[in-house]
Design a protein around this ligand. Sequence first.
Ligand code: GDD
Length: 341
Amino acid sequence: MAPRVLITGITGQDGSYLADYLLSLGYEVHGIARRVALEDPERHFTRILHLVDRIQIHSGSLESYPSIFSIISRNQFDECYHLAAQSFVAESFQDGFSTMNININGTHYVLAALKELQPECRMYFAGSSEMFGKVHETPQRETTPFHPRSPYGISKVAGFELTRNYREAFGMFCLSGILFNHEGPRRGFEFVTRKITSTVARIKLGLANELRLGNLEAKRDWGHAADYVRAMHLMLQQPEPDDYVIATGETHSVREFCESAFAIAGLDYRDHVKIDKFFYRPAETDLLVGDASKARRVLGWQPTYSFSDLVTEMVQSDIAALEPNRRNEKSERLSAGGNNG
Ligand code: GDD
């Protein structure tokens, strides 16, 4: 029988890549989405429209323990990937309470419901390099102390500790992936990489002229989400549960990302990028670069995309999506009720 998996956050970037990957491996894939998303799939399911016929979506909310409990009580799952979260760091400074509530309690609900109903189900928690925050060493690895710099980072440290505690206290097979930034053409528009590549496309096609950004000197270790979901899966296939850093080991500044993205479109970022204090954060994680040698050694994982492959794919995809023929095709397909978007 095909293994059955539950993905929270299936409508997001990572959830959609993971669903694609697990379907390709022969899994029966289930996901949780909020009622509001189910009511307006063309808006909220853009990343999974191409596979809605092959997965089962359950209505539920991370803010409600009964809804999580009820979904888990109706199906026996072999693996659960808990990816859903308020994942935008800047927003967590605006509304730290919602971020804490969803990210900490939501994780606790998933762990508690699994413990109650299916303690044998293997569970992955989406930790984050934001847990390292004001970094204590470079590069960051599994043993690097946490020093989060945002309510988001704090919520992820709490989720990490909850997951570890369920593992140690109840013997559950639950673990955390400490993933560094991972991007791709399905990235949300508010994150800096997609904000840059989508604006490059608009500038290229004459639909915009400037791009307003905050801190150009922040450095991130940017990989491709399609590579990172393979690592999530590998973690759950090991004989023992353990936590892993997933990163490329290369770091680039936001400025370098801009330079590269504009150059791919034949443009010079200095002609278009404007600094706007609005996009600065009250506290910044200045430099992130991960050491994924444990994942390479134990999981046999390594990334396939280089920095330049990643930026090129994102810019080309955003330009292609805006090209007039492509836009018309898409709106015709949507009005005809097709779902291959
Ligand atoms: N979003 C955004 N918008 N970021 C900007 C901007 C801007 O206009 N200008 C500069 N930046 C800088 C931010 O200050 C930050 O240093 C960097 O660009 C990356 O920001 P984001 O793309 O928003 O990602 P993040 O690093 O804060 O968090 C992402 O990665 C984490 C893993 O390290 C998110 O995906 C998190 O959910 C994830 O855990």
